[in-house]
Write a protein that binds this ligand. Structure first.
Ligand code: F6R
Length: 244
């Protein structure tokens, strides 16, 4: 019943491309919510290929990334700014002014205003048409770790220790992983018109089962997606293997 990863990537990339083209035909912008990490890499590779081979243009696309470590220099190897440039932005014709990613170098006093403005920018753009998500082993979406409220908005959060262990290899040791991140909230994500959650691999099977079929609770923030009017889980057979 569940696809191999390549099919899931192709299916989401094709959906995104047709949304972009529809909006182009209507003379409107297309607003995408984007994720980092290993999971969306295949979708980004497909989109880059469509730009190169089929002339898919991103000139009318506006993007909002879910999150960024805090503190984090935008040019640091582990930054999500750098990740997006290397894995998507540098390879397509999007206007750099249309790419929004939480900024990891704010003074502590400036964080609240930044987060408020991020929400405002999303609203001003007309809201997110399609939000791409991965899922962490803690059940986080974005960096909304266990304990995150359903009504949470963009804010500074403390990373879960499991999440920091999972990031340790990128930082040459868990002690170097930032303690904090700025993330869109659960409510910010739920306000998207479409949500596409991707999960690949056996290590995601237990949390995918809890997220998709468990009782809704802030102990697994991804369970809050269950009531969304247009959510799809795109899983390979390993990630789907513990679904009831
Ligand atoms: C990334 C993000 C996270 C990741 C999740 C899975 O922007 O918000 O929620 O989607 O940690 O990470 P990977 O894909 O590396 O397994």
């Amino acid at each position: 019943a569940f696809a191999v990863a390549a099919d899931a990537n192709h299916s989401v990339a094709t959906e995104i491309a047709s949304l972009i083209r529809q909006r182009q035909a209507d003379g409107r912008q297309c607003v995408l919510g984007l994720a980092t990490g290993s999971t969306p890499l295949g979708v980004y590779a497909e989109l880059i290929g469509m730009h190169r081979d089929e002339g898919l243009s991103f000139a009318n696309v506006v993007t909002f990334n879910l999150d960024e470590y805090f503190p984090m220099r935008p040019d640091a190897p582990q930054s999500y700014h750098r990740f997006m440039n290397e894995n998507l932005v540098d390879h397509i014709d999007i206007d750099p002014a249309n790419v929004h990613i939480p900024y990891g170098l704010l003074s502590t006093g400036a964080v609240d205003e930044f987060c408020h403005n991020y929400e405002q920018l999303i609203d001003d753009s007309g809201g997110i048409d399609l939000q791409l998500l991965g899922i962490g082993r803690t059940g986080h979406i974005g960096f909304n770790e266990p304990g995150s409220d359903r009504s949470s908005l963009t804010r500074l959060v403390q990373l879960n220790s499991v999440t920091r262990v999972d990031a340790a290899s990128d930082f040459a040791g868990v002690d170097n992983v930032p303690q904090w991140a700025i993330t869109m909230g659960v409510q910010t994500i739920l306000d998207s018109r479409r949500i596409r959650l991707l999960a690949f691999g056996k290590h995601k099977a237990p949390i995918v089962a809890r997220a998709a079929a468990g009782k809704q609770s802030d102990s697994v923030p991804a369970t809050f997606l269950q009531n969304h009017v247009d959510v799809r889980y795109l899983l390979d057979s390993d990630a789907a293997s513990e679904l009831p």
